[in-house]
Design a protein around this ligand. Structure first.
Ligand SMILES: Cc1ncc(COP(=O)(O)O)c(C=O)c1O
Length: 488
């Protein structure tokens, strides 16, 4: 028996609330479940019925169910019936309310992490969430076979602790891949396997910086690195970005003695521009002169759709000043949590030590599977297939946006990556449009908060990878409906 909708006691959604509709739906459902309606084992209403009752897009309810599923509140397959878990996770206990006593303040040191989570994107499957990946049956089948093979012959090394830089075989496979595909100059010993680009960046900041050290950051910037720099108590020096990428001369004028420059040269985050060769050479010359380091974040270079990519910055650096960072969390999938840094020799020992102090070493099983995936030739065909998929999604999204929203935004079709930039016409605010989109269950990331000192551009960052063309076409229509009659 499905729970009667009236039993769910859902509070009406507040359309004027700053809390996105999806979150409101999720919170209400969670509250009802924890209140025992429906009881453990009871069936939840079909998503379509609940969506109609609440007056929201069905995708919104699907996304709320998926989140509850992921958190263990419900079980079953979305679409085939969802049931309240028989084994409900404990709801977080509210802190004991000592009568009259204010809660103890968080320690001052914790303030450097304040807001970091708000800087990062949103979670969930809704279009146009960025950073989502696709996996097809071929890759999954290979993955199953490789995993089973590793499990059938478990490595005795798993029963003990291991090298913080990761298994030698994986480091060798990564070095080989980077030399041929990105012209990175490296020996396997210089590769430090991490949980992803983010961990690699965080380790480097901790090894390279003293509190107060000036660091060049592209303006606009990748928000999670801005947050990591705040956590490292670095002094951020915004360096504007133009059509040639980071304006190196502006960086030198603002802070010639910066200790570090963080750059996304092959596809600037968020604008997508490529750092020109002239700027690359200027940046490397400055780093050599100033004794500064350059952190090259090459997060999505595997997905290039046109033209030849420029080789890595690290590969043209004769001064040994560049730390190259890459990731499998985009080329394969974010839940994998595997990436790497190629570290100059003199930094290797402290970086390995920092990795050890953080989480000792990468998990052995996924590292082994990725090693086999690379070494047995599955990676290149996987990338080719995903590139085709993402290209189809990119083109479907660009066409749908042009069809439905040509009067409201200008679409920039990127030659690389997993997201596109849609610049809003004058008078529209990206924060307001993003909020209107969220009320329809869409995730349209505003770009203006990514600006530091430069005048902000009003634009949306729309992810296309990992979303089917049909879903993107539907979402573009929903976005147009969200914008209809919306004047900023
Ligand atoms: C510019 C940039 N750097 C780094 C990352 C983090 O990647 P990872 O998942 O490997 O930590 C992302 C993720 O979206 C990104 O966009």
């Amino acid at each position: 028996m499905s729970a009667d909708l009236s039993d769910l006691m859902l509070v009406p959604l507040d359309r004027n609330s700053p809390v996105p509709v999806l979150r409101q739906v999720y919170l209400e459902l969670r509250r009802a479940i924890l209140a025992g309606v429906p009881p453990p084992g009871g069936r939840l209403p079909p998503t379509r019925t609940l969506a109609a009752r609440l007056g929201v897009a069905r995708n919104t309810v699907v996304a709320a169910y998926e989140q509850l599923l992921a958190e263990g509140f419900i079980e079953g397959r979305v679409g085939a019936g969802s049931f309240v878990s028989r084994d409900l996770p404990d709801a977080p206990e509210p802190p004991p309310a000592a009568a009259g006593a204010p809660p103890p303040p968080a320690p001052p040191a914790s303030r450097r992490f304040a807001g970091a989570q708000a800087h990062t994107g949103e979670y969930g499957t809704a279009p146009f969430n960025t950073g989502r990946c696709a996996l097809d049956e071929r890759t999954l089948q290979v993955w199953r076979v490789l995993t089973m093979r590793r499990l059938q012959r478990p490595d005795p090394a798993w029963l003990g602790y291991a090298d913080p830089a990761g298994p030698p075989a994986l480091r060798q496979a990564i070095a080989r891949y980077l030399r041929t595909s990105r012209a990175v100059r490296c020996e396997p010993e210089q590769v430090v396997v991490t949980a992803g680009a983010q961990q690699a960046i965080d380790l480097m900041l901790r090894v390279l910086l003293e509190p107060g050290d000036p660091v060049w950051l592209e303006d606009p910037c990748y928000p999670a690195v801005r947050a990591a720099l705040a956590a490292a108590r670095a002094r951020v020096v915004p360096v504007r970005v133009d059509a040639q990428g980071m304006d190196v001369a502006a960086g030198i004028a603002a802070s010639p003695d910066a200790r570090l420059a963080y750059v996304t040269p092959s596809s600037q985050y968020p604008l997508g521009v490529v750092l020109s060769m002239a700027r690359r050479l200027d940046l490397l010359a400055w780093a050599r002169r100033a004794g500064a380091w350059v952190l090259e974040d090459d997060y999505d270079s595997e997905f290039r759709y046109a033209g030849r990519p420029l080789a890595s910055l690290q590969g043209i650096d004769d001064g040994g000043r560049v730390i190259y960072v890459g990731t499998f969390n985009k080329a394969l999938f974010p839940g994998l949590r595997l990436g790497y840094a190629v570290v100059p020799w003199e930094l290797l020992e402290p970086v390995r030590a920092a990795r050890l102090l953080t989480d000792w070493h990468p998990a052995a099983l996924p590292a082994g599977v990725v090693t086999d995936f690379l070494e047995e030739g599955h990676f290149a065909p996987h990338l080719r297939r995903m590139r085709q998929r993402y290209l189809a999604s990119r083109d479907a999204l660009a066409a749908a946006l042009r069809e439905h929203l040509a009067d409201r935004l200008d679409v920039e079709v990127p030659e690389q990556g997993m997201k596109l930039l849609a610049r809003l016409r004058p008078g529209l605010s990206d924060l307001a449009v993003s909020a209107a989109a969220a009320r329809r269950g869409l995730i349209a990331r505003p770009v203006s908060p990514m600006f530091l000192a430069a005048p902000p551009v009003q634009a949306l960052m729309l992810g296309f990878s990992g979303h089917e063309p049909g879903a993107l076409r539907w979402a573009a229509r929903e976005l147009a409906a969200a914008l209809a009659g919306h004047d900023g």
